[in-house]
Design a protein around this ligand. Sequence first.
Ligand SMILES: [Zn+2]
Length: 407
Amino acid sequence: MTSHQTLARLSERLLEDVHALYRTLRAAPEPSMQEHWTAALIQQRMEDLGYQAVLCGGTGVVAVLRNGAEPVVAFRADIDALPVQEETGLSYASSARGRLPDGTEVPVMHACGHDAHIACAVGAATLLAQQRDDWSGTVVFVFQPGEETSQGARVMVQDGLWDRTPAPQVIFGQHVWPGVAGTVEVSSGPAMAMADSWKVTVHGRGGHRSQPEDTVDPVVLGAHMVVRIQSVVSREVAAQQAAVVTVATFHAGLKENIIIPSTADFTVNVRTLDPDVRARASLPCAWQPTWRPRGRRDRSSRSSTASRCSPTTRRRLRGWSLRCREPSVRGTSPHAAPGDGQRYAGVLVLRRPRPGGRPRRRSRPVEPLPGIRAGAGVDPAHRSRRGLHCHHVSCRDPACQTQPVRF
Ligand SMILES: [Zn+2]
């Protein structure tokens, strides 16, 4: 029996254990950089398997298993959850609540599949621990907190991640994706887009709801800006290029029958693949309102004219640079997967990058290591078009139980 067949057979025996861990994690998600319970659970599981496991960067975990000096290979899984209300109806669905950094209480859900990532990583760690005769070298498992906020990788590196472990020659990661279950997506070169987030504050002049002519309504101004932003891609990005610009939140006022507020806030997320397009799509002038309300008093008032001339402030929340996959990593070349028989069965080679974005290269554990992150399909019939980060994300279908894919 080859080691590949052995791993496949053992993966069936491990399946229920992995699913049980998945359900446990699913029911108890924790927000980014607050994954204390999750980290303690992972550390305990890895120690039970014989790994040397320590906390790193507060709520990260790094676990090492030595089975020879070379090679040193690392695997990475992210562990944080999102402020999303779960609506899957699963018996083990999350009802957890947590707090954002500003103190706001929110529902929490593993809406990005990180519960599956942890369970799969622990499952892989179990296989490697049980089958030491089939391989030699050192494996390093990196359980990264705060992936959604791009904080976790940085704090792990700053906490001496690579000083605590043997330096890996290559690092692998995976992320669930609404692709066909049983397939893995890989690419060579650019794989995921740059992502920039902004918070825009529209400054108006508040007043009584019954006298709008005496106000500069930031809700109306902001609404026009949101509509204007929808034309950034269609009017300011060339047909040969690509961008996604999304306004995801809009907040203003407290109640419909009291006052017109003085400010309105909304957030914008810009995804691009080219630095020039990135700069163009993020130009402040593209987001200025092209219409403003003008009451009788506005036309003659110098103060209101001044307020119209500086209607917004914009604050950068975060920015993630282009993600590139390492072409030299075995099996990830676009020319390697097709025609290589069963060894690469189920591997899809992406010809175009995904518009998803993730932490910038210099702050990820992957950097400056050669590495690859594969997309693991979890949609049994390719039915879902919702993608990740929605209320219905889960990996509960047995068809998600993919066969091992070797690189
Ligand atoms: Zn994720």
